[in-house]
Design a protein around this ligand. Structure first.
Ligand code: HAM
Length: 452
């Protein structure tokens, strides 16, 4: 047991995001918002917890997520007459978005709904680099009644093209798009039956995990990374051979549209993904794994696909859709690693510092009686749009200059003479130049780049 004075730490698998790294997070989010708005997406914010049944029905009882990774609790009844309800911290956001689509009858508009979200998700996985129990996703969903064109392959291609644009604008290097079609719900039933049949005589030769999956969720067998499983997996039936004509034509049309836009892709027949709602197109964007990626073995930056039957599974109207979620934690790790490699190979440092700008000015009052005047000057400059830090009367020339140099591009000295005369001493750290500036011209002076 911990003693009363032992410090309390963040829970395993969760972490604090601190400055300066949070500046990189904010920048990534602002680029994502900008791209989403250019493609006509609006933001949706759904609750962080939902009824457990939503995920059981939407994501699937037999999936790893639902069967072992969810944070679920019985929410206590408030009154005798009220039943306790099973609630769950959302492990992903697609089920919540589709629930909201149904609940708010968004399909009644007859329009395609294009929604994006940004926020924490929760899965009780074994923590490692790039894998956390609270992690962040940036995702988007396009769904609507079939009459709005929600089933069209152009929707799939547009989402993939948007992702390629987003990754390029974020500066992610070396991304790879892998995609597959898992067919319609009936194609999948036929394929899973064929898989079961093919697995029956060989499954005992597979890893322990795969023996279990062969029983509970044969599609997941294809995901195995265990070396002893690979040759057997290669010999199993391929989903491509079980697609009906419509699913085949849909997939071909997606590939043709990607080729027309010049988006490189690789078809990966094993890509079935870990959530049960997928139909037809499924995809992942990866970056090369290894140390330089910043991700170790967790090289899937994002994943997604089509879910034409999800709304009906949740009791809603027919509303085919497609979407994706980017693992924001992984995206940040990758950007940091790539920036470090480009900047200074072999000498890693916190690359996110590159994303942080120094403040415009540090105001140094000479003596405590100058504090109010310093605060007033800071207020004036901040209202004029400048970023300003204000010191206090304990300012000591050498030490405080060093601190100011770390925080700001320039320092403004505020002593009695300066207050009397209205002429302030300003030093620019990068050039070492010291000059006198009239208070009325200070804001303009401070906003000019240091090199001028
Ligand atoms: P997912 O593949 O389960 O799909 O997750 C998407 C991405 O979230 C992953 O590629 C990964 O980058 C990130 N991620 C997942 N688990 C963790 C974790 N424990 N720690 C850090 N990052 C993680 C979905 O969630 C679907 N809802 C995507 C989707 C949207 N499909 C259709 N629409």
């Amino acid at each position: 047991m911990s003693t009363p004075s032992s410090p309390i730490k963040a829970v395993r698998g969760t972490r604090d995001l601190l400055p300066p790294e949070t500046a990189l997070w904010a920048r990534v989010e602002s680029i994502a918002r900008d791209v989403f708005s250019r493609y006509g997406f609006g933001e949706i914010r759904t609750p962080i917890f939902e009824a457990t049944e939503l995920f059981a029905r939407g994501v699937g009882e037999e999936t790893d997520i639902v069967s072992k990774e969810m944070y679920t609790w019985e929410d206590r009844a408030r009154a005798q007459s009220e039943k306790a309800q099973s609630l769950t911290l959302r492990p992903e956001n697609t089920a919540g978005v589709v629930r909201a689509y149904i609940e708010h009858k968004l399909g009644d508009s007859g329009q395609l709904q294009k929604l994006f979200y940004l926020g924490p998700q929760f899965r009780r996985e074994r923590p490692q680099r790039g894998r956390y129990r609270q992690f962040w996703q940036i995702g988007a969903e396009v769904l609507g009644p079939p009459s709005a064109g929600s089933e069209s392959p152009i929707r799939d291609a547009e989402v993939l093209e948007m992702l390629a644009t987003l990754l390029d604008e974020l500066g992610v290097k070396g991304w790879r798009l892998e995609l597959n079609s898992v067919g319609s719900a009936t194609d999948r039933l036929r394929y899973v039956a064929a898989l079961r049949e093919a697995l029956a005589p060989v499954k005992h030769q597979m890893s322990e995990d795969n023996q279990r999956r062969a029983e509970t969720n044969p599609l997941r067998v294809l995901d195995s990374k265990a070396p002893e499983d690979q040759a057997l997996i290669d010999s199993l039936p391929k989903i491509a051979d079980y697609l009906d004509d419509d699913s085949r034509a849909h997939f071909d049309a997606v590939l043709a549209a990607l080729a027309a836009c010049g988006i490189p892709y690789t078809v990966n027949p094993r890509l079935v993904r870990g959530l049960d709602y997928y139909t037809r197109t499924t995809f992942e964007f990866t970056i090369p794994s290894g140390d330089a990626s910043g991700l170790g073995t967790q090289n899937a930056l994002l994943g997604g696909g089509r879910y034409d039957g999800l709304s009906e599974m949740l009791g809603g109207p027919r509303a085919p859709g497609i979407g994706f979620a980017i693992g924001e934690d992984r995206l940040i790790l990758a950007l940091q690693a790539q920036a470090e490699a480009a900047l200074n190979p072999g000498a890693p440092h916190l690359a996110s510092e590159m994303w942080v700008q120094k403040l415009d000015a540090y105001i140094a009052p000479l003596g405590p009686e100058r504090n109010p005047a310093a605060l007033t000057l800071a207020r004036e400059l901040r209202r004029a749009g400048l970023s300003v830090e204000v010191g206090d009367g304990t300012f000591r020339l050498k030490k405080s200059f060093e601190a100011a140099d770390k925080a700001a591009r320039r320092i403004v000295i505020l002593g009695e003479d300066e207050l009397q005369s209205g002429i302030l001493t300003v030093k620019t750290f990068s050039t070492g130049m010291q000059t006198k500036v009239n208070r009325a011209e200070l804001a303009v002076y401070l906003s000019t780049p240091a090199s001028e």
